[in-house]
Ligand binder design. Structure first.
Ligand code: FMN
Length: 217
């Protein structure tokens, strides 16, 4: 699969959450997904356990069933005080960005069942009852690989959105997909497709000065 001409810094700063620019009509070849996952498997994992799994869902009826869970969770989220459009109301610039994200999120809710591939990264074990250190270790044994997948996908002209809405109904999703819920944790749901155009820009972010702490908090 040919790669886009991006420097490593361009790749790292332009791998965006893609929602409205997912090409819903272009199929994604299994080979390109496999290539991205092979790269993802180079990510670190606690004790090099590599106890990760990646469900690649192409089947339309399963995508529709997941979309229904996604929609249900989104409705609850909209009503919650933490909804993206309710944050930063006192900062006009940031509030505008939040409104744009909300608009794009609403688009994805309407169309997620039509995105040709849903990827669900999973890790062995459950988080319930683990110490925070053990939880951190287990999450960090799947999230870097998932981000590597997104980077590898971007390099090949694909886009994805990191989403977690369906996890409110993780057990139902496990039933739909045959995942052994009591032994395996789902980490996210990434709708994946080729992007409409490949030009993405770095996003405005709060200054590093606000978050960097040298030597002490
Ligand atoms: C842990 C996590 C959960 C997220 N969940 C969702 C989600 O359920 N639905 C969605 O549309 N976007 C979701 N996002 C995407 C964020 O809204 C997005 O990363 C943020 O707006 C910044 O946009 P950017 O990635 O393009 O810079 C999630 C991102 C992260 C890291």
């Amino acid at each position: 699969m040919p790669l886009l001409h991006l420097t490593s810094d361009e790749l790292l700063t332009t791998t965006r959450t893609v929602r409205k620019r997912l090409d819903l009509s272009r199929p994604v070849e299994p080979e390109v997904l496999k290539e991205c996952l092979e790269i993802a498997l180079q990510a670190p994992s606690g004790s090099n356990r590599q106890d990760w799994h990646f469900l690649v869902i192409r089947d339309e009826s399963r995508r529709r069933a997941l979309a229904e869970l996604y929609w249900r969770s989104y409705q609850q989220y909209l009503a919650s005080p933490g909804a993206v459009n309710k944050l930063f109301a006192d900062d006009p610039q940031r509030y505008l960005t939040q409104q744009r994200i909300m608009n794009s999120t609403a688009y994805l809710v309407e169309h997620i069942h039509n995105v040709p591939v849903h990827l669900i990264p999973c890790v062995n074990g459950r988080m319930e009852g683990l110490s925070s250190g053990d939880q951190a270790s287990r999450w960090a044994s799947i999230l870097p690989a998932t981000w590597s997948f997104m980077l590898a996908a971007r390099a090949r002209g694909l886009g994805a959105a990191w989403t977690t809405f369906h996890l409110d109904y993780e057990e139902e999703a496990a039933e739909i997909l045959g995942i052994p819920y009591h032994q395996v944790t789902q980490a996210a749901l990434l709708p994946v497709a080729y992007t409409l155009g490949t030009n993405f820009k770095p996003a405005p972010r709060a200054s590093v000065e606000n978050v960097i702490h040298w030597d002490q908090w």
